[in-house]
Structure formats: structure tokens, C-alpha cells
Design a protein. Structure first.
Length: 166
């Protein structure tokens, strides 16, 4: 009788164990189904994102190619603007040099006028000589020095500037 009671007790314990085991397995099955469903959704989302990323990369490549083409078209313009800036820089430098030279000559002439001998002490020349010396001073060929070279440079730069403006 004890053996029978023990066997019955073991059978009941085994039945309870099987019941809880079945409940645990059902719960595990439900969890695995949810994980499977989540993985399917993730896979679908990844597929959609992959398509969108590929489309975005293709679009970015198209934009990059377009920008490179436009940059190649603009390069000559940028070079021209740089050259124009160089010409303007040289023109400004030349004008500055000319203005410094003119100012120096003006100062020297002012200083020489300040040192000039009073009119009363200078002997007057006859009118014919004064007329001849005035004409010589007006029509005499001036020396071709740095001033003339600078003025030619200004004229050349101005001509180039006029060509660029047109």
C-alpha cells in the first residue's frame, strides 16, 4: 500500500510537473512567435531603408557630378577674375608710384620757388630772348624717364581694363 500510495503521489507530482512544463513551453512558444514576427518586421524595414539609402546615394552622386561640372565651367571665370585682380593691383601700384612722383616734384618745385632769387635782383633779358626761352620751355621734348614709362603702363592697364569691361 505504501508503494501504491508512493506511485500515486509520484504520478500526481509528475502530472503537476507536466502541467507547468506545458504552460512554460506554451509561453516560450508565444515568445518565439513574437520574436519571429518582430524579426520579419525588422527585415521588411531594413529592405525599405536599403532601397531609400540606395536612392539617396544615387541622388547624391548625381548632385556631385552636376556640381563638379559646374565648377569646371566656373574655373575659367575665377581665373579671369584673379587675372583682373592682378591687373588692378598692378594698376593701383603704378598709380600710387605716379602720384608719389608727382607729389615729390610738386614739393621740390615749391621748395625751389621758396629759394628763388627775388625779381628785383635778376637782370631782365630782352623780350625776344624771353619769348624764345618760353617757347623752348613749352615745346621742348621732355626727357623720357620713369614718369613716361609709368604713364605708358597706366595707359596699357586702362586699355586692358576697357577690354575686360566690354
Amino acid at each position: 500500500m505504501i508503494i501504491e500510495l508512493s506511485v500515486a503521489l509520484v504520478a500526481i507530482a509528475f502530472a503537476i510537473l507536466v502541467y507547468f512544463l506545458i504552460a512554460t513551453l506554451k509561453s516560450a512558444k508565444d515568445s518565439l512567435e513574437k520574436v519571429s514576427q518582430t524579426l520579419e518586421e525588422v527585415q521588411q524595414t531594413i529592405d525599405e531603408l536599403t532601397y531609400e539609402v540606395k536612392t539617396t546615394v544615387k541622388h547624391a552622386n548625381d548632385i556631385t557630378a552636376d556640381v563638379q561640372g559646374k565648377i569646371q565651367k566656373i574655373d575659367p571665370i575665377v581665373d579671369s577674375v584673379k587675372n583682373l585682380g592682378d591687373v588692378m593691383n598692378e594698376l593701383t601700384l603704378t598709380v600710387k608710384q605716379v602720384s608719389v612722383t608727382v607729389i615729390e616734384k610738386y614739393r621740390k618745385s615749391r621748395e625751389e620757388k621758396g629759394k628763388a632769387v627775388p625779381v628785383a635782383k635778376v637782370p631782365l633779358a630782352p623780350p625776344e630772348e624771353r619769348t624764345d626761352s618760353s617757347a623752348d620751355a613749352v615745346y621742348a621734348k621732355k626727357s623720357s624717364g620713369r614718369m613716361e614709362v609709368a604713364l605708358k603702363g597706366v595707359d596699357a592697364a586702362a586699355a586692358i581694363w576697357q577690354k575686360f569691361r566690354k
